[in-house]
Design a protein around this ligand. Sequence first.
Ligand code: HAM
Length: 420
Amino acid sequence: MVKAVRGMRDILPEQARRWDLVEQKLTEVIRGHAYEAIRLPLLEFTELFARGVGEATDIVEKEMYTLADRDGDSLSLRPEGTASSVRMLQEHGYLYNQTQRVFYAGPMFRYEKPQKGRYRQFYQIGAEAYGLAGPDIDAELIGLGWACWQALGIESMVRLEINTLGSADARKQYRNALVSYLSPLKDQLDEDSRRRLATNPMRILDSKNPETQQLLKDAPKLPDFVDGQSIEHYDGLKGFLQDLGIPFRENPNLVRGLDYYTHTVFEWITDDLGSQGAVCAGGRYDGLVERLGGRATPAVGFAIGLDRVVLLHELAHERAVEGAADVYVCVLDQQLNGAAMQTTQALRMALPSQRIRLHMGGGNLKKQLKKADASGAQVAVLVDQQSADDGGLTLKHLRDAALGQESLSFDAGVDRLRQG
Ligand code: HAM
C-alpha cells in the first residue's frame, strides 16, 4: 500500500464534517464584514516568496516545496497567501488608487517538523485590506478575528497579543543594535539563534531557549526604537480595541517570522494545543506592495490556521457536529428499489439543504433502521408498497418516540421534514 506523504493531511469524513462547519461559519463572518473572496494559485514563481516573505526567513530558507517547471522555471507551492494576494491584485490593477478588502482559503505548504497542530500541508483562511493606513482598519481586522472566535464559541480559549515593530527604518536601527549587543555573546546562544544572528536576528527574541532568554534580558528593547508616528498609530489601535471590548496583552517580543511586517503585529494564542499555540496571526505590511514592484500601498491582514481552530472547536464542542444525514430512506422490499430511488431524488429536489441518504445493500427493516440511527438522521422515510402506489411519504421519527410514525401526502411530508 502506498501511504500518505508525511505531514500531508488526510481529513476523514467525521473530521471533514467539522471542517465544513467551521469553514462555513468563518466565511459567513468574514463576508458579513464585507470582505470579497479571491482564489489564489497553489504554485507561484519561487522569486515571489523569496522577495515577499524574505530570503532570510525560515520559510524561504528551508521550508518551501520548490520544483523546476518543464521549461526550467523555479516554482514553489505557496507557503502562505499574503505575497500571492499582493501579486494577484497588483497584476490585475486592483491596488491602484483604491481600497480592497479580500479573503482567501485553502492549503499552504511548509516543510516543517510535523506534530499535533503542525503539518506540512495545512489550511489557512486569510483576510487582507489594502489602501488603508489608519489604525481603524487594524482594529477592524482584529475585531473580525474576535467575531470569528465568537461564532465558533471558542473566544474563551484564545487570547490576543499585540506589538508594534515601528517603521521600516526603526526596525532596521533596532536590528543593528540587537546584532551589536548579541555578537560578542554569540557562543552562549542556542544553535538556531546563532544562525539567525546573521540572517534574521529579530527572530532570536522568539527563542524558547532559557539561556538565550536570559541573555536577552539586558538586550536593547524594541519599544525604545519605535518612532513617534508608529507609537501614535499603536495608541490609536489600542484605543479602538478598548472601544470594541477586545482584551489584549502587549508583548514587546512579538516579532513574527515573516519579513514584510512594519508597525502593528498581532497573534491570537491558545494554551489548549500544547506548543502550537498560535491560531491566527497577522499585521501591517505597508512596504510589501512596493517591494514586489507596485506603488507604495498600505496593507494589513491576518491568516487563521484552520487546522488548529478545528482542533479547538473539537475541544469546545466534543459532540456538537451532527451525523452524516438528516433523512434516511429505507426500502421495505427489494422490488421497490426503483421507487425508493425516485422518492429519494424527489426529496433531494424538494429539500436541497438537507442531506438525504438512500439505504443500500438490502436487509430487513430493523437492520436498516439501525443504519438510519447511526447516520444521525432525525427521520427515516419508509418506502413500502402503499407509498410507492400513492406517491405519499411514510415518516418514522427516530429521535422522538412520541412522534412515532405518520403517513402523509408527498407535499405534507416535505413540509414536515422541512420543519425538522
Ligand atoms: P503565519 O504566522 O506564518 O502568518 O501563519 C498564520 C497561521 O497559520 C499561524 O498562526 C498558524 O495558526 C497557521 N500555521 C502556520 N504554519 C502552520 C503549520 N505548519 N501547520 C498548521 N498551521 C500552521 C502568515 O502566513 C501570514 N501570511 C499571515 C498574514 C496575512 N499576515 C498578513 N496577512
